[in-house]
Ligand binder design. Structure first.
Ligand code: DC
Length: 228
């Protein structure tokens, strides 16, 4: 008997499009597993800093990504996930802007992407997986049952990030956030390997001016349609 692989909903899109929030909500709603693939690139960037590996040392970064000592552990209420790198909790540390920007740089290195492939695919477990990233529908899970490409204008994404940082009590400059997002989008879209691009069979959902609840309802509706 051929073993049936668990179903996948792939949600790709640029930074700040809301895909992290939506993916988590969809995974909770369906009681499925969740892969935050961006966290893996962030972990490589943080580990590179800890071990003083320069961001242009492709071989060193590839080896590091292949030996990454990470653990994702759900909190008791299942509401969030704690992330550990080499035994140290780094859930907040990997969310810093600097780590995000460095993650976008290490993500251009083919050896890093190759090293993280098997690790990402291991998240595919019953009853299903919601995978959040840039290349979930194109490279990591090209056979996903549903592929969503979630976008929003750069202005709106910068505003959202600004609000998020303010709520956390972190001071931020809206113009600087806007420019960083544009740069990060450019790097993610133009890199040679697994660039940020909608899969030909992905459904594009624009979240500009739309509430999280509305996007969530749209995605759940698309999933119901895909099951028919
Ligand atoms: O989604 P995020 O902001 O946590 O991702 C951080 C960086 O990692 C992002 O700039 C691009 C990269 N990334 C990637 O190249 N491929 C993925 N599947 C996920 C993230």
């Amino acid at each position: 008997m051929v073993e049936q692989l668990a179903p996948i909903i792939a949600i790709d899109g640029p930074s700040g499009s809301g895909k992290g929030t939506i993916s988590r909500l969809v995974a909770n709603e369906l009681k499925w597993n969740f892969l935050d693939s961006g966290a893996l690139y962030r972990l490589v960037a943080l580990a590179a800093k800890w071990h003083s590996i320069p961001l242009d040392d492709e071989q060193g970064l590839g080896t590091l990504a292949g030996h990454l000592d990470v653990e994702f552990s759900s909190t008791d209420d299942g509401a969030s996930v704690k992330i550990f790198l080499e035994g140290e909790e780094v859930s907040d540390a990997i969310r810093r802007e600097e780590v995000g920007n460095n993650a976008s740089r290490v993500a251009t290195v083919p050896l890093v992407r190759d090293a993280l492939l098997a690790r990402q695919r291991a998240f595919r477990q019953a009853p299903g997986l919601v995978a959040d990233g840039r290349d979930m529908g194109t490279v990591v899970f090209p056979d996903a049952q549903l592929k969503i490409f979630l976008t929003a204008s750069v202005e709106e994404r910068a505003q959202r990030r600004y609000k998020q940082l303010n709520e956390k009590g972190v001071s931020a400059n809206l113009n600087a956030l806007f420019e960083e997002l544009e740069q990060r989008d450019k790097r993610d879209r133009e890199r040679a390997v697994a660039p940020l691009v909608a899969a030909p069979d992905a459904i594009v959902v624009d979240s500009s001016g739309v509430t999280i609840d509305e996007v969530m309802m749209r995605v759940m509706g698309l999933w119901r349609d895909a099951c028919r």
